[in-house]
Design a protein around this ligand. Structure first.
Ligand code: FNR
Length: 403
């Protein structure tokens, strides 16, 4: 039974809409609802159209328990945990709640324009999928499922170097829906101590259709992820940093330096995106060395605990870069309002990590697609509720500030 606040009687669920709302909603509107939305009874009112994934997934967080239920516990730890005491993990998320919005009203608009332009290519919305490793541990489709979900939802997919699906296979999938196969995915790399290895990887990614190369620079050593260390004791004798270095050094050169960005730009022939920058001076330096974009990222709080949350440092990086390169951001993006904040603080686009891997784990490619669509819908809703229906209106004035 449902008690309307304006009624002195109870209305049972399933009551014809006209009857239930007769005192408050004009019958003409009730007819429109019935004809256009198929809403005929109380109890069937919904703001979001029903989706084939009928698992009660309305927000991206809803994928999390579904993913956990089907994921091997050690890989679940690898996916969800942050480093150390995981303070930055919660701070990354909390920092997107500030500053509070001060919406504007009576801005005529019936739709939001979420499109942005990155490297002169139009993205229908500013959401990209961050590089995440070992995806076939979460779903048999692995990275291929993520790419398919990205293609179906208009998101750019960033393929991790630690991938279980060959690059040429990704290229074939990307080309299926697009004649030149470009514009849909980027390739993430580290700097291998043998630059010949990095060069060969990058060349095969570009040949397969990767439109940009993302150089991750925030992982010179393995981090103190306690659960992983516990779970992998048998694989990795934990005798301190030396042991960690033995694992990582064949993959990531701790002696990499700024000149390597110039080198990567030269050998790749595509835009280089430097991922893992937090200090504004480092962002400027990356751009000075030829980066076409930087990603403000603390690796999803997986590397250094108690590091600054990305939302906090983003406007400073944007200010320092001063329009010379794109600025993207990731870490803790879970809602459309987080994306609005990121854009209002000057980001050109955002990356999501864990949410789409949860969706991949629970529903494969269809889940990844749904995950992006949820965020895009929330983004549109937020823009309209803020009275800021286009990208140009997403500025610090949304917080009542003039940055
Ligand atoms: C990552 N991340 C990551 N980054 C990268 O440059 N190369 C990689 O191979 C990986 N692998 C990886 C695995 C898993 C399981 C996670 C969760 C993350 C970091 C990733 O690209 C991104 O920076 C964060 O995930 C963003 O934070 P959220 O959205 O997960 O909070």
């Amino acid at each position: 039974m449902w008690q309307h606040p304006g009624h002195d009687r109870e209305v049972p669920a399933g009551t014809p809409l006209k009857e239930g709302f007769s005192l408050t909603i004009h019958p003409v509107i009730v007819d429109l609802w019935r004809e256009r939305c198929g809403i005929a009874h109380l109890g069937s009112l919904t703001l979001v159209p029903s989706h084939p994934l009928d698992d009660g997934v309305l927000a991206v967080r809803d994928f999390e328990p579904l993913a956990q239920a089907v994921t091997e516990p050690a890989m679940w730890d690898y996916l969800t945990n942050g480093a150390g005491d995981q303070r930055s993990l919660s701070e990354n998320i909390a920092a997107w709640q500030r500053p509070e919005f001060v919406p504007r009203v009576l801005v005529p608009a019936d739709d939001a324009d979420t499109a942005v332009s990155i490297f002169n290519r139009r993205w229908p919305h500013p959401i990209a999928l961050a590089p995440t490793a070992f995806q076939s541990s979460y779903h048999p489709e692995g990275e291929a499922g993520s790419l398919r979900g990205a293609l179906a939802s208009g998101a750019t997919y960033i393929q991790s170097t630690m991938s279980s699906v060959p690059l040429n296979e990704l290229g074939v999938i990307a080309r299926e829906g697009n004649e030149d196969g470009r514009g849909h995915w980027w390739f993430q790399t580290y700097l291998n101590p043998d630059r010949g290895v990095t060069r060969a990887l990058v060349e095969s990614a570009v040949a397969a259709g990767a439109e940009a190369v993302v150089l991750t620079v925030d992982s010179p050593v393995l981090a103190a992820r306690d659960a992983d260390r516990r779970n992998n004791r048998h694989l990795m004798p934990d005798d301190g940093v030396q042991a960690h270095q033995r694992i990582l050094n064949p993959v990531i050169d701790p002696l990499a330096s700024w000149e390597d960005i110039d080198w990567l730009r030269e050998v790749s022939g595509v835009p280089v995106v430097v991922k893992g920058v937090l200090h504004p001076d480092d962002a400027v330096r990356a751009v000075d060395h030829g980066a076409a974009a930087v990603v403000v990222s603390n690796h999803g709080a997986r590397n250094l605990d108690t590091v600054v949350p990305t939302a906090q440092v983003l406007p400073h990086v944007v200010h320092a870069v001063a329009g010379r390169a794109h600025v993207l951001v990731d870490g803790g993006i879970r809602r459309g309002t987080d994306i609005v904040r990121a854009l209002a603080l000057g980001a050109d686009a955002v990356l999501i990590g864990r949410p789409y891997v949860w969706a991949l784990a629970s529903h494969g490619a269809a889940g990844v697609q749904h995950c992006v669509e949820i965020l895009r819908t929330e983004l549109s809703m937020a823009m309209l509720l803020l009275g800021a229906p286009s990208r140009a209106e997403l500025t610090a004035e949304l917080f009542g500030l003039h940055l």
